[in-house]
Ligand binder design. Structure first.
Ligand SMILES: NC(=[NH2+])NCCC[C@H](N)C(=O)O
Ligand SMILES: [Mn+2]
Ligand SMILES: [Mn+2]
Length: 299
C-alpha cells in the first residue's frame, strides 16, 4: 500500500524581500502536482493553504528579524497541520512560500519523529541568526532554528528547542554562504556538501553520504528542497538565484536515490516565485523532481 500524500500550501513571503513567492503554492499546483502524483498510484489529499498575513498590512518592527511575530504565528499553525497529517500516517508535501516555512514543517514532523534526519537541498545554508544575517530575512535562518540556534520565539515552536540533532543534518548544493554563517556551521559541526564537492565527488557519492548522515540512526528523513539549489537555467523563478547550481539530471538522480533509500517521510518545495519565472518553468521542475522523489523513474 502506497502512503497517502497530503499537500499543504503556505503562501509565505514574509521571510524575504521580494514579492511573488506567496504565489508558489498556486504555481506548483497549476503545474499538475496532484495529477502527476496520482498517476504514480498514490492517493493525494490537498489540505488547502495555511493562512499567512499580508505583508502590506503589517509593519516591520525589527530590521534584524523581519516580520518575526507573523513568521512565528505561521510556523505554529503549519506545525499543527503537519502534526495532524503525520498522525494519520500521511506523507506531507509542504508548498512554499519562502524557506522560513521549514521552521514550522520540521516542528510539526518532530512531534512524531523524535529523531529526524534533514537533507537541506539549497544554494544557501540558511544557517544565519539575527546576529550574522546580512539581510534580517528569516528565510536565511530556518536551519539554525531547527537545531536550536537563534531567536527563542523561532527555536521554541511547540515549547522546546532543537527539533533535530546537528549530526543528522546535511546541506547539499551550497554555493552562497555568508562569512559568519560559515563559521557557525563549522562551530556546530553541520555537514555541508557544496557545489565544489558535487563537482569533485559526483552527485551519486554525495547523496550516498547525505543519506547515510540523515538516515542512519534516525526514524526518517525530511527533504527540504529549495529550488534555488537547481541551476537557474531550469529554475529561474526564485528570489535569490545563484549561478553554477545542480543540473536537472543531478537533481533527478539525487531524488531517485532518496526514493530508493526508502527513508524519506516528508518534503518542502520552497522559494518558487512565479513573478520571476519563465512560463512556470521552476514550478514544473519542482513537480518533476518530487515525482522522482516518489519513484516515478526508478524501474
Ligand atoms: N532560503 C533562501 N533562499 N535563503 C537565502 C539566504 C540569503 C542570505 N544568506 C541571507 O541570509 O539573507
Ligand atoms: Mn533556502
Ligand atoms: Mn536558497
Amino acid at each position: 500500500m502506497k502512503k497517502t500524500i497530503s499537500v499543504i500550501g503556505v503562501p509565505m513571503d514574509l521571510g524575504q524581500g521580494r514579492r511573488g513567492v506567496d504565489m508558489g503554492p498556486s504555481a506548483i499546483r497549476y503545474a499538475g502536482l496532484k495529477e502527476r502524483i496520482q498517476r504514480l498510484g498514490y492517493t493525494v489529499k490537498d489540505q488547502g493553504n495555511i493562512n499567512v498575513p499580508t505583508a502590506e498590512a503589517h509593519d516591520i518592527d525589527n530590521d534584524s528579524l523581519k516580520y518575526l511575530p507573523e513568521v512565528v504565528q505561521v510556523s505554529q499553525d503549519l506545525s499543527h497541520k503537519v502534526a495532524e497529517v503525520i498522525a494519520k500516517d500521511h506523507f506531507p508535501i509542504i508548498l512554499g512560500g519562502d524557506h522560513s516555512i521549514a521552521i514550522g514543517s520540521i516542528a510539526g514532523l518532530a512531534t512524531h519523529h523524535k529523531n529526524l534526519g534533514v537533507i537541506w537541498f539549497d544554494a544557501h545554508a540558511d544557517f544565519n541568526t539575527s546576529e550574522t544575517s546580512p539581510s534580517g530575512n528569516i528565510h536565511g535562518m530556518p536551519l539554525s532554528c531547527t537545531v536550536g540556534i537563534g531567536h527563542e520565539d523561532l527555536t521554541h515552536i511547540n515549547g522546546y528547542a532543537k527539533k533535530v540533532k546537528n549530526e543528522h543534518v546535511v546541506i547539499v548544493g551550497a554555493r552562497s554562504v555568508d562569512p559568519e554563517e560559515r563559521e557557525l556551521l563549522k562551530q556546530h559541526g553541520i555537514t555541508c556538501f557544496t557545489m565544489h564537492e558535487i563537482d569533485k565527488m559526483g552527485i551519486a557519492k554525495v547523496m550516498e553520504e547525505a543519506i547515510r548522515i540523515a538516515g542512519e540512526g534516525t526514524d526518517g528523513i525530511h527533504l527540504s528542497l529549495d529550488l534555488d539549489s537547481i541551476d537557474p537555467d531550469m529554475c529561474p523563478g526564485v528570489g535569490t538565484p545563484v549561478l553554477g547550481g545542480v543540473t536537472y539530471r543531478e537533481g533527478h538522480l539525487a531524488m531517485e536515490m532518496l526514493y530508493q533509500s526508502g527513508k524519506v517521510v516528508s518534503c518542502d518545495l520552497v522559494e518558487v516565485n512565479p513573478i520571476l519565472d519563465e512560463g512556470n518553468k521552476t514550478a514544473r521542475t519542482a513537480v518533476d523532481l518530487v515525482c522522482s522523489l516518489l519513484g516515478e523513474s526508478v524501474m
